[in-house]
Write a protein that binds this ligand. Structure first.
Ligand code: SAM
Length: 277
């Protein structure tokens, strides 16, 4: 018998993958966590029926959420990932030799445990001595820290449930306070095809808080529409003014010095969403 998993990406659109094995399904305090073995993408982490990451394409998202901001800052030492319980963003951040401390602030401890068990390729750096895993609400964590981080990466689920507050003006104002005077942050901001209103609102909120706000794009085959965005808010450093020789060659499969600048070149329809036609 063939088994297929379908994620309804919108009311009218779905992605379907052939499943070889269901490794794990549970209802945690916050969400349903599933770990599937798919034919096309290998092991796949699914939260509340939404694909989060897969062995085959995870490198794209995790490299782009980390290396773009970490090379934009000239000397990042202390960083935080909000969400990101699979550990992929921490793995990439710790490729930067200057990082002294990287917090992972994940609300759902079960996501971390399931990822440690079934996704060791992604979660492998969580035991690095520079990493510290905190199981708590990222909104509360950010509120309680002032003037502390060089870079913050918001690696969240879609804006539902506990992640709703990660897409608000209040949260971005608290992020501003949690960053040092030259700090910067990025947040995953969904699909320019399916989430135009959200992108436009988030961009406008972040622009009202940070002097430099930029949206950048990349493609992830398993995400709705394939085209996905991050938005960066920065107090001082402009990602497009990074000297090319700062971008050291790391062990990456997507990010490189050309992508660093090119990902900020936006199609006309995306410029329109953020009011920059
Ligand atoms: N790295 C993944 C990817 O490749 O797309 C995506 C996301 S990661 C699994 C998203 C995490 O954000 C989830 O594990 C979820 O529990 C967490 N999360 C949601 N709301 C949160 C909050 N308020 N504070 C901390 N973590 C939160």
């Amino acid at each position: 018998m063939e088994l297929w998993f379908t994620e309804r990406q919108t009311q009218d659109m779905a992605i379907t993958c052939k499943v070889i094995k269901t490794h794990h399904v549970e209802k945690s305090e916050f969400q349903e966590i599933s770990l599937l073995e798919t034919k096309q993408f290998g092991r796949m982490l699914v939260l509340d029926h939404a694909i989060q990451t897969t062995i085959e394409d995870e490198f794209i998202y995790h490299e782009m959420i980390t290396h773009v901001p970490l090379f934009t800052h000239p000397d990042p030492k202390k960083v935080a990932v909000i969400g990101g319980g699979d550990g992929g963003a921490i793995r990439e951040a710790l490729k930067h030799p200057g990082i002294e401390k990287a917090y992972l602030v994940e609300i759902d401890g079960r996501v971390v445990e399931v990822s440690r068990e079934y996704l060791p390729e992604i979660s492998c750096a969580l035991d690095d001595e520079r990493a510290e895993v905190l199981i708590e609400d990222g909104i509360k964590f950010i509120k309680e820290h002032k003037d502390e981080f060089d870079v913050i990466m918001v690696d969240s689920t879609d804006p539902v449930g506990p992640a709703v507050g990660l897409f608000t003006g209040d949260f971005y104002r608290n992020i501003f306070e949690a960053l040092k005077e030259d700090g910067l942050f990025v947040a995953q901001t969904e699909s320019p095809f399916y989430n135009k209103l959200l992108i436009s609102q988030v961009f406008s909120e972040i622009s009202s808080v940070f002097p430099i706000t930029k949206l950048y794009l990349y493609s992830v085959p398993t995400y709705p529409s394939g085209l996905w965005s991050f938005t960066m808010g920065s107090k001082k450093y402009d990602p497009l003014k990074v000297p090319r020789d700062r971008i050291q060659k790391l062990d990456t499969r997507y990010y490189n010095d050309q992508i660093h600048y090119a990902c900020f070149s936006l199609p006309e329809f995306v410029k329109k969403i953020i009011g920059q036609e």
